[in-house]
Design a protein around this ligand. Sequence first.
Ligand SMILES: Nc1nc2c(c(=O)[nH]1)N[C@H]1C(S)=C(S)[C@@H](COP(=O)(O)O)O[C@H]1N2
Ligand SMILES: [Mo]
Length: 371
Amino acid sequence: MRRREFLASALGSTVAARATPGWAGDTLLRQLDSPDALGTPLSQFDQLLTPVPVFFVRSHFGAPALDRRRRLKVEGGARPLDLGVDDLKAFRQTTVTAVLQCAGNGRSLQQPRVPGLQWGHGAMGQAEWRGVRLVDVLEKAGVKPGNGHLRLQGADRAPAPTVPAYLRSLPLSRALDGSVLVATHMNGAPLTLSHGAPMRLVVPGWSGNHWIKWLVSLRVQAEEAEGFYQRTGYKFPRMPIAPGTAVKPEDMASLTELAVKSVIARPADGTKLAAGKQEVVGVAFSGAAIIKTVEVSLDGGGSWNTARLQGAPGAGRWQVFRHKFDARSGASHRIRARASDGNGRQQPESPQWNPSGYLWNGWHTVEVTVI
Ligand SMILES: Nc1nc2c(c(=O)[nH]1)N[C@H]1C(S)=C(S)[C@@H](COP(=O)(O)O)O[C@H]1N2
Ligand SMILES: [Mo]
């Protein structure tokens, strides 16, 4: 983290700490191999909204300078636009609660291991995003539905000319479907620098690589965005493959929806629980559909109990699950959770291996003993 950003986030934390009851310090987990990858601790995944000070941070090249007057150009329609964050006030404001999860979350759990940031479970969070609907901005810019793509660009730049720019695109059909936001606020406060101030994209249900921060340009074009990050990166094999094998480029498809998944916030792995009433708590979501059930096993997957769900259901949105149990002195438990969604997809015990370790969604397991 650069000194400027460090100061900005330290300040942000102090202010937010007062506004966030129960938040006890700067606890983001540093991924040692990258200056711009900070993970959220598992213990935070027991609530519907992840507080901004502990919300994971990821970017490829680091944040650009903070510029709350940065403009967003919208091109490729009949009426090009050049918008500042204040110009967005002319559009209807909307809020959406949605999970932001990095495609590589859980990569360290895939076997055999693959290169890339070795995320545990921390590259995800849920926030209430406020902003304007991308479709409204594109309609004002005279964009018509069609087969094209919307090229997305942020203000951050690659550190050297030999490094490809972080450029992405969305199929125009998704860009115009009414669910994508140009967001200005996160959990009720203006976006912080780390999370994309002053304007970022929110693409509910789809992996974090689509959620472009520090937006400066939206452009309609026939082709998807040029370059490595759209044409080569962020792809998944179209069919199951043997672990560790290479896949031909034509057999890969761009990632879109998040896979159905649940994660246990507590008890933490290795905990010694007191005998008596105890509770397993975590979150569950799916990019494509609502969560239908979350089941919790206390015996390593031998038997399953249906957990209670809290929060509004929705595709791309997490709910908290809870399962109470009576902890008997001397017992040990291998606690596991698995979620199923409204499309009939079930979280797998061990997910399909893929060369980049994307969308890992295996059963989360924690082991505890009762004293
Ligand atoms: N401009 C820009 N936007 C970006 C990125 C980036 O490198 N540059 N990284 C993306 C990736 S891979 C992720 S997972 C999310 C992380 O968002 P967050 O830092 O707000 O959690 O931002 C996305 N938006
Ligand atoms: Mo990511």
